[in-house]
Design a protein around this ligand. Structure first.
Ligand code: SF4
Ligand code: MG
Length: 265
């Protein structure tokens, strides 16, 4: 019988022996058909391939939730950690071996609620990791409760009268916390995500990727594909991402413009 240790050892051998880039693991993603996470997976794989990063030097760290399953589907090193602790573990990985390229991955519940206290401190310490927030404004794995990015009035089984809190704006938070690189992206545009990931990985310091996505199983009314496609649009052609004041204005005034919102000079 193969133990998890055998599986891990085989995976390490595969990574070491493989001259080819195979960033996708042999495990088929268990996400629901139509979930936006497939587009993000495609984008991160594209980023790894285009940058030709040696896969044994890449670590994907995740928390808990549907996004937390990501490391199983990636042919890199990976850590599926505990709820909300994605960023502290990713920080430890990077500090232990600064030569690694580290991706932290999690949903809006994991990153903005349970782990919300870590986000400002990792950003202001400017740890050189790449944080992908899969924002579908719902807790998918636990069957559809409102999250910190749900719009006011969201009706779920856990909030039958509608939520009364205002949603958090993760892009605005990242700017406030002084992230070195901030991009707002759409899971329906894997090429756009890949392009931003490539730029973010190359930028020293903390890079944040706020990715709008859809939970097709538990959200039939808000962040549906139809709505997201209608709402998202690229940043203006003449937009200057090195101007932090402009970035704040963009984050405040237009929730659905996508692209590289801010990059430190
Ligand atoms: Fe994706 Fe929602 Fe299914 Fe989770 S429950 S895999 S977020 S569609
Ligand atoms: Mg979510």
């Amino acid at each position: 019988m193969k133990t998890p240790g055998h599986v891990l050892a085989q995976r390490i051998r595969d990574i070491g022996e493989s001259g080819a880039f195979r960033p996708r693991s042999d495990a088929l993603p268990t996400w629901c058909p139509g979930c936006g996470y497939f587009g993000i997976h495609q984008a991160l794989n594209q980023c790894l391939s285009r940058l030709e990063l040696p896969l044994h030097n890449v670590v994907v760290v995740s928390g808990i939730g549907c996004a937390g399953r990501y490391p199983f589907f990636s042919h890199t090193y990976g850590l599926h950690t505990v709820h909300g602790r994605t960023l502290p573990v990713a920080t430890g990985v990077k500090l232990a071996n600064p030569d690694l390229t580290v991706f932290a991955i999690g949903g809006d519940g994991d990153g903005l609620a349970i782990g919300g206290g870590h986000f400002p401190h990792v950003a202001r310490r400017n740890i050189d990791i790449n944080y992908l927030l899969f924002d579908n404004s719902i807790y998918g794995l636990t069957k559809g409760q409102p999250s910190p990015s749900s719009r006011t009035g969201t009706i779920t089984k856990a909030s039958p009268a509608g939520t009364f809190e205002k949603p958090l704006n993760a892009t605005l938070l990242a700017l406030t916390y002084e992230a070195s690189f901030v991009a707002r992206l759409f899971a329906g545009d894997p090429n756009g995500i890949a392009a931003a990931l490539i730029e973010g990985v190359k930028t020293p310091g903390f890079a944040f990727f706020h990715i709008y996505t859809s939970c097709v199983t538990f959200d039939k009314t808000f962040k549906t594909w139809a709505h997201l496609k209608e709402w998202v649009h690229p940043l203006p052609d003449d937009y200057d991402p090195t101007n932090r004041r402009n970035a704040f204005e963009m984050a405040l005034e237009d929730d659905f413009s996508t692209g590289i919102i801010y990059r430190r000079d």
